[in-house]
Design a binder for this molecule. Structure first.
Ligand code: EPZ
Length: 423
């Protein structure tokens, strides 16, 4: 149980390199379960969640070797199509094995993910898709039991869902016949998954659009892949640079994956220098308030909502931030208030007053992105902040404190019981 000690108000400058994307590698690892063969993944981020997925795959029978951001996966030995509650309760993305296991084995047992402090996060769309592909789905002791050889079908998603699109896509590539997914998610992580499946021999048309056509195959094969850079990590550093930076260069920031954010940053008065996969950012003398509402890609990501709120505490005036994807994803608001932020929360809408001088204080992480917003706020706060439970950050950011220290931030990881000497 570690915490971060951050001394605020040190300008950031220099270069930072972005790691591979957590939300791209997790479904790709699961996809390798589809066919007994060997797979090699490069630029894999070393995160708690990557290790959890590797552990789950070993329980299913795979062999995983992970060193220096390179992962070798051997799924020829998989013989236990099951995802136990102990794994799924620690990471919802474990549910991504449902489609591949049902597709390969024609039967599997996958624990339902538990609750989440952002309110209900159902998996009804995942189950609807599996049923549409002909799986017999039952619930037994908190486990989804899926049985039956899959057949192609027409799957329409009422709500755009990254996870359900991923599971349906993986299940459809070995299903007999044609499958059409409509209102499918088109996040870069889904496009990355579809490209990986194509490399395995799958037939998928319409990649990058909301309509995907899949022609079921009898066989697939192993392959090799480079994981895309993490757009949420890149965006977090871009916002840090806009709050406290002086020519901060972000390597691995794919402009085409960040259009909504870059547009909002420029609307706030931030000057960006863009070149191939490198974006340079500095804090302008004044920041303009910019309202923001989250939406499925290419809209503004909900995974950047908390960071935008922290950013808007420094803007000249008030801004309205609405989350239309997760209506209760505001656990960071009371923590930011401990640093002096002025935020009024009504339902899924936060009104942020700025500019506010933030003052360092002890605060608590509650989830990956909420804790990232606390780090951003602490970087511009006067004095010392302690951010506890940073294991939340370790789930989604690779050595974030070392990366910020590399940009000149005064940030340190210490044990939870470490006492900060005041004055
Ligand atoms: C993915 O979660 C990401 N996780 C999340 O990032 C991200 O917040 C989310 O997409 C939205 O962008 C991973 O990729 C591992 P959804 P996922 O299914 O797939 C509703 C992070 O911080 N819904 O797109 O679980 C759901 O309640 C994480 O890295 C249903 O109603 O999200 C939500 O309102 C947090 N029924 C909306 O759809 C379903 O069966 C979008 O959820 C599925 C989803």
């Amino acid at each position: 149980m570690d915490k971060f000690i951050i001394e605020g108000r040190y300008a950031l400058s220099g270069e930072v390199s972005i790691s591979g994307a957590k939300n791209a590698v997790l479904p790709i690892m699961a996809a390798s379960l589809l066919w007994p063969d060997r797979y090699v993944l490069h630029n894999v981020p070393c995160l708690h969640d990557t290790l959890t997925m590797a552990r789950l795959m070993e329980i299913i029978g795979a062999r995983v070797v992970f060193e220096h951001n390179r992962m070798e996966i051997d799924t020829t030995t998989c013989n236990n199509p099951e995802a136990p509650y102990e794994m799924v309760k620690t990471m919802r993305a474990s549910f991504y094995v449902l489609g591949p296991l049902a597709g390969r084995f024609g039967r599997c047992r996958v624990s339902l993910p538990g609750g989440c402090n952002w309110g209900p996060r159902p998996v009804d769309l995942h189950l609807m898709a599996m049923k549409t592909l002909g799986a017999d789905i039952t619930l037994d002791g908190g486990y989804i039991i899926a049985k039956g050889r899959l057949k192609g079908g027409a799957i329409n998603f009422d709500t755009s869902s990254v996870g359900a699109t991923g599971n349906a896509l993986m299940a459809a590539v070995l299903a007999e016949g044609e499958t059409v997914l409509t209102n499918a998610a088109r996040e870069p992580e889904i496009t990355g998954l579809a490209r990986f499946l194509q490399k395995m021999g799958a037939r998928i048309d319409g990649i990058g659009t909301t309509t995907l056509h899949v022609t079921g195959q009898k066989e697939l094969h192993g392959t090799e892949e480079e994981i895309i850079p993490d757009r949420i990590e890149a965006a977090t550093f871009l916002i840090a640079g806009a709050m406290a930076g002086d020519k901060v260069k972000i390597n691995g920031a794919r402009e085409d994956h960040l259009t909504a954010l870059l547009g909002n940053l420029e609307a706030a008065g931030v000057v960006l220098k863009r070149s191939d996969e490198v974006i340079e950012v500095s804090r302008p003398s004044t920041l303009q308030p910019v309202d923001m509402t989250t939406a499925p890609y290419p809209g503004y990501p909900t995974d950047l909502q908390a960071q935008w709120i922290a950013f808007m505490t420094q803007a000249e005036g008030s801004s309205v931030v609405r989350d239309e994807i997760y209506l209760d994803r505001f656990a960071h608001v009371p923590e930011l208030a401990r640093l002096g932020a002025r935020i009024r929360l009504e339902g899924n809408t936060a009104t942020v007053e700025g500019p506010t001088e933030l003052i360092g204080a002890p605060v608590m992480s509650t989830d990956i992105r909420a804790s990232a917003s606390l780090v951003l706020a602490a970087l511009v706060a006067r004095g010392t902040s302690e951010i506890s439970r940073v294991y939340h950050l370790d789930r989604g950011y690779e050595t974030i404190e070392k990366k910020f220290a590399g940009l000149g931030a005064r940030i340190e990881r210490v044990a939870e019981d470490y006492l900060v000497q005041k004055g």
